[in-house]
Design a protein around this ligand. Structure first.
Ligand code: ADP
Ligand code: MG
Length: 697
């Protein structure tokens, strides 16, 4: 585009067209030149030969060496797609899948979604023509359900394997098996770190192909004392770098969207006051839910004289490589999923990163020249406190969803599944219990019809169960909407500071009837938006994020098709909202809490003290309902229930009699307000099921 603009004023349309074509040709040439500068390019022939000679290869190469963008193209050019089979390249992160696919489409000079496409949950940007398919690891896992031999693929690349996401770990086990009975399938496992031996061992000593990366020297600086507030420290460091250091872009690692937005705002405010002598600072955020239009921005070079600062989550650690970074600011934290099989709760926690992560992050500054990394933690903490490696996700997650998928794939004996690092049997047991309680498995641990339907829905098993159950309550239309809204993200409403009261009032209106609950409020929002003809103005008027609504509509369309596939009859409850709440309860009966006389909510089974999230419409209901069911717990300063709906206790006995007895509902009131006794919580939690002949551990 900039090339087209640089030309002289066009005299007429033909000139303009010619210029546009010229610019396109130029851009293509430039891209092809760039491709040749990547470290992997020199190894192209050798790599292709290795792939021809071996069925399975482990590819190791420094981040940015061109593994993800180039290898699928080499394979395509070398004819691996000529037989009508596709190349799959999996990514643990959706943004990476989208962004890389966009780049490769550009390099190949094709429209995204044609020869090159991507597939992520709720979004399929591929077509009949697609031969190079980037996808999340979770999506390939889902494809196994419909095509257990992956017959439509000639090559599968499990990329970013070092990330060890749950889906990647499961995929590794599955593709290893497929490779045995499909000698024509080529398998590449690619990783950015050097522990390739572990992958090689797992794949029966598969050869390791190393792509030596270029890496310039990186100066590492530590803080002298621990930082009290790493966000403040990060902002200060970025500003200081900007004002004092020679040109070169800055990459700052933060833990999530909210933090990134906060820092973005502070940086904007603070740079406004810097005056004209200081160069412009272009701020580019990148996180999982960033709208597609803005994702490309992080790759655009800053205008001459300006400096770019990229505010990124872990995604920029290895998944995405941004050229031109000379300075990395690393507070040393990331958000990780952690799960307690004991209490059955999963939460996202901000935790210190591992040494391996810290080193990866630092390396991001030394790709195109010597770099500097500013660690906002002490050297002592690096040496003494940080773990060497991040624990694989499979060992710290709720496994219900994975176990359900495996069961749906006919893998009954989970214990002998070929895990690279097996999850704790406690976690597996818990997952089986949960699925049994949801009716997805029978007492022999086999998938039920309900379970089979649930497995087809790309949702958490609890939400999938709520949808399957909605058929029985005659409210599948409503549940479809609620599930889509829940899956579209947490940012449904917005609350500008200067109009907070108006926004709150607008929001409260969706809670018509006072204590209808957040789920019904979400339903109301969607229904009204639809009635408005999906109007953006309506969103503005009601303080609703239209981006979230559009996403909800996309999700709804996808879920609609899946519901059809599993033959869930579409019915509306025509305003009988108790049916909706019952269906929610049928999925989320484990997530229930009771308000005790001391005013605190306790979860029914584990007896933990929990609070209604301030963003919930239920936070303002007086008096607060006695019994509630919630979507999830989020842990910040306290444990908060998010998306809360009132519930009638007798429903629990009706809907989940195998899980709740009268005694669960009639616990004695605590004597004093300070009854947060954790010990009691654990004792009360023993599952009421007999699991003896449930499965053989
Ligand atoms: P690796 O997978 O080995 O880490 P990649 O293939 O992702 O390396 O990156 C190779 C090059 O392509 C890098 O210089 C990177 O900046 C560039 N690149 C990747 N994606 C994009 C994109 N969406 N836009 C612009 N450049 C990109
Ligand atoms: Mg990559």
């Amino acid at each position: 585009k900039s090339l087209a603009m640089a030309g002289t004023e066009p005299e007429d349309d033909t000139d303009e067209l010619a210029e546009e074509i010229d610019a396109k040709v130029m851009l293509q040439m430039e891209l092809q030149d760039q491709r040749k500068t990547l470290p992997v390019y020199k190894f192209k022939d050798e790599l292709l030969k290795a792939i021809a000679d071996h069925q399975i290869i482990i590819v190791v190469g420094e981040t940015g060496s061109g593994k993800t963008t180039q290898i699928p193209q080499y394979l395509h050019e070398a004819g691996y797609t000529a037989n009508g089979r596709k190349i799959a390249c999996t990514q643990p992160r959706r943004v990476a899948a989208m962004s890389v696919a966009a780049r490769v489409a550009q390099e190949m000079g094709v429209k995204l979604g044609h020869e090159v496409g991507y597939s992520i949950r709720f979004e399929d940007c591929t077509s009949e023509k697609t031969v190079v398919k980037y996808m999340t690891d979770g999506m390939l896992l889902r494809e196994f359900l419909g095509e257990p031999d992956l017959g439509s693929y000639g090559v599968v690349i499990v990329d970013e394997a070092h990330e060890r996401s749950i889906s990647t770990d499961i995929l590794l086990g599955l593709v290893k098996d497929v490779a045995r009975f499909r000698p024509d399938l080529k398998l590449l496992i690619s990783s950015a770190t050097l522990n390739a031996d572990k992958f090689s061992d797992f794949f029966d000593m598969a050869p390791v192909f190393k792509i030596p990366g270029r890496r310039y020297k990186v100066d590492i600086h530590y803080t002298v004392a621990p930082e009290a507030d790493y966000v403040d420290a990060a902002v200060a460091t970025v500003l200081q770098l900007h004002v004092t250091q020679p040109s070169g872009d800055i990459l700052l690692f933060l833990t999530g969207q909210e933090e990134i937005e906060t820092v973005e705002e502070i940086l904007r405010r603070r740079t406004r006051g810097l005056g004209t002598k200081i160069a412009e600072l272009v701020i580019c955020p990148i996180y999982a839910n960033l709208p597609t239009e803005l994702q490309a921005k992080i790759f655009e070079p800053a205008p001459p004289g300006a400096r770019k600062v990229v505010l990124a989550t872990n995604i920029a650690e290895t998944s995405l490589t941004i050229d031109g970074i000379s300075y990395v600011v690393d507070p040393g934290f990331c958000k990780v999923k952690s799960y307690s099989p004991r209490t059955g709760t999963e939460s996202l926690l901000v935790q210190p990163i591992s040494k391996a992560s810290a080193d990866q992050r630092a390396g991001r500054s030394g790709r195109t020249g010597p770099g500097k990394c500013f660690r906002l933690f002490t050297e002592h903490s690096y040496n003494k406190d940080m773990e060497d490696e991040t624990v694989p996700e499979i060992q710290r997650s709720n496994l219900a969803s994975v176990v359900l998928s495996l069961k749906a794939l006919g893998i009954n004996d989970l214990v002998s599944f070929d895990f690279m690092d097996p999850p704790a049997s406690e976690g597996l047991l818990r997952a089986l219990e949960d699925l049994f309680a949801l009716g997805a498995l029978n007492s022999r641990g086999e998938l039920t019809k309900t379970g089979r339907r649930m497995a087809e829905l790309p949702l958490d098993p609890m939400l999938a169960k709520a949808i399957v159950a909605s058929e029985r309550y005659g409210c599948s239309e409503e549940l479809l909407t609620v599930a889509s809204m829940l899956s579209a993200g947490n940012a449904v409403f917005y609350r500008p500071k200067d109009r907070a009261l108006v926004a709150d009032a607008a929001r409260q209106r969706f809670n018509a009837g006072g204590n209808a609950g957040d789920h019904v409020a979400l339903l109301n929002v969607y229904t009204e938006w639809e009635q408005s003809g999906h109007s953006a103005q309506w969103c503005l008027d009601h303080f609703v994020q239209s981006r979230t609504m559009r996403r909800a509509r996309d999700v709804r369309e996808q879920l609609e098709a899946l519901m059809e596939r599993v033959e869930i009859e579409r019915r509306s409850c025509a305003g009988d909202l108790d049916t909706v709440r019952k269906a929610i309860t049928a999925g989320f009966f484990r997530n229930t809490a009771q308000r005790r006389r001391d005013g605190f909510y306790r979860t029914l089974k584990s007896w933990r003290t929990v609070f209604v999230h301030p963003s919930s419409g239920m936070a303002r209901v007086v008096p607060p309902p006695r019994w509630v069911v919630y979507h999830e717990l989020v842990e910040t300063t306290k444990e908060y229930m998010r998306q809360v709906t009132e519930l009638k206790p007798e429903w629990l006995l009706e809907i989940a009699p195998h899980y709740y007895q009268e005694s669960n509902l009639n616990k004695p009131e605590p004597k004093k307000a300070k009854a947060h006794v954790q010990g009691a919580a654990v004792a009360a939690e023993k599952p009421s099921l007999s699991l003896k002949d449930f499965f053989n551990v």
